[in-house]
Design a protein around this ligand. Structure first.
Ligand SMILES: CC(C)(COP(=O)(O)OP(=O)(O)OC[C@H]1O[C@@H](n2cnc3c(N)ncnc32)[C@H](O)[C@@H]1OP(=O)(O)O)[C@@H](O)C(=O)NCCC(=O)NCCS
Length: 182
């Protein structure tokens, strides 16, 4: 989806720009996926599971940009990528085509500055105007920080998926299911 840039003043006084993730940022996005996957255990991918080639990533970002129902948003601070987020449909079958799903991650150095909340608010606003009726998400049960941020943005807990994730060290982790009506 193409959408207008939005400027946000962060808690440290810097300005953050929220804008569509353009195909020319493909390499930055591949680097971002690898680094953020290493900075936290709370994302689905391990760094060695980021397999996108530059061409494939460019093509994907181009398709998303032209899709009026899929949001891919990046946050830039001082011209550098601080994070990325997305909202996309969960499936095209008629019984579930009112539902979308949210994902977000920032580089660790940009946590707790207000970027996450600003991105989630803007993405859900755009999702509402695109016609989505609700946004679903899953968050690792131990990821309390993210759950507080989602609650601040109006998401409510609806359930728990037992042992949804198995880490390389053999430990199992539940997922908390959350949703927001649009
Ligand atoms: C989760 C994440 C996206 C949140 O973004 P963020 O920019 O760090 O969060 P914000 O600074 O916007 O915080 C939003 C609100 O939540 C509150 N909050 C944050 N952490 C909190 C905590 N541990 N306890 C209580 N409130 C908390 C903030 O105070 C803020 O409220 P305010 O605006 O009223 O002050 C970011 O920390 C991140 O990328 N984490 C790693 C990846 C991840 O976990 N992604 C989610 C996977 S489901």
């Amino acid at each position: 989806m193409r959408f207008a840039e939005r400027e946000v003043i962060l808690k440290d006084g810097r300005t953050c720009i929220l804008k569509p993730t353009l195909p020319e940022y493909a390499q930055e996005m591949i680097d971002y996926m690898k680094v953020t996957a290493a900075e936290t255990d709370y994302l689905l991918r391990y760094p060695d599971e980021v397999h996108f080639t530059l061409e494939a990533e460019e093509e994907l970002l181009g398709k998303i940009l032209d899709d009026p129902y899929t949001i891919m948003m990046m946050a830039l601070v001082d011209g550098k990528v601080a994070g990325n987020g997305s909202i996309n449909g969960i499936g095209s079958k008629r019984k579930i085509c009112h539902r979308s799903s949210l994902a977000i991650a920032l580089y660790k150095e940009y946590w707790s500055l207000g970027i996450g909340k600003a991105m989630i608010e803007y993405m859900t606003e755009l999702a509402r105007s695109a016609g989505w009726k609700q946004v679903d998400l899953e968050v690792v049960a131990e990821n309390i920080q993210a759950q507080r941020v989602y609650e601040k943005c109006g998401f409510v807990e609806t359930g728990r998926r037992h042992n949804a994730l198995r880490s390389d060290d053999g430990t199992y982790h539940d997922e908390i299911l959350m949703y927001k009506e649009l």
